[in-house]
Design a protein around this ligand. Sequence first.
Ligand code: NI
Length: 268
Amino acid sequence: MPSLDTLLDRLWSDYRGCNPQVGQIHQLLRARGERVVNDHIALRTFSGPQIGLEVLAHAFVDRGYRAAGEYEFTTKKLRARHYLHPDPERPKLFISELVLSRTSPALRATVEGLLGQVDPELGGRWDLAASGRPWPAPSSGVYQRLLAESEYAAWLAVFGLRANHFTISVNALTTIATLEELGDLVVGAGIPLSAAGGVIKGSPAELLEQSSTIAAPVELELADGPATIPGCYYEFARRYRDSAGRLFTGFVTSSADRIFESTDRRSE
Ligand code: NI
């Protein structure tokens, strides 16, 4: 069985290739002598037996991860679960899925058309989470129709299965203490941060603060020609200890709800 390192490396190298901000931000941090530690990796999928949340989680559960919390995003028609590894140095996983039973019949029909083209063997693959788009590229018309109802569905239809974002742990940085400082560094390098719901989501009282870049546009080939579409973004997280002194390892629904919008064209 390929190791967890191999699986995480696969996700990481694909993500780096899709997000030019990663190299830039790492260079800024390396220049300060920092070592980057990932707080969590976020994965997106469509509900159902082919590639649903539990199917996607399977390879990680086989490698030691355990489900640790459930989240509902009613307006966006998403549900999510986070997974922890017994080794706290391992990144947490935040896996969400678009619940097709909650979407319009038209969106569901379109997505079921995509899922109908998925290789039935795919769900059993160890590298499912980094396997890319398992259906042919949609047309720009299909993309726009999905986008009108669900930015999440449109992103997933085009980009497929890959890390939507990695997240730098601010707690693990030694020369930067706050999200404000890290944000200043990133914005100073010309990389904009998502302002959806305020630049910093969450608070010390909620035990988690998060911010993120706006996804860099990626040029790709749709069925009817080239298009430029927001790809992956980079997130930053700072965690706090609770009154018992335990570092918070969960997620805050209201913050995650706005973080999803970092791939939205309207997130500026
Ligand atoms: Ni995240």
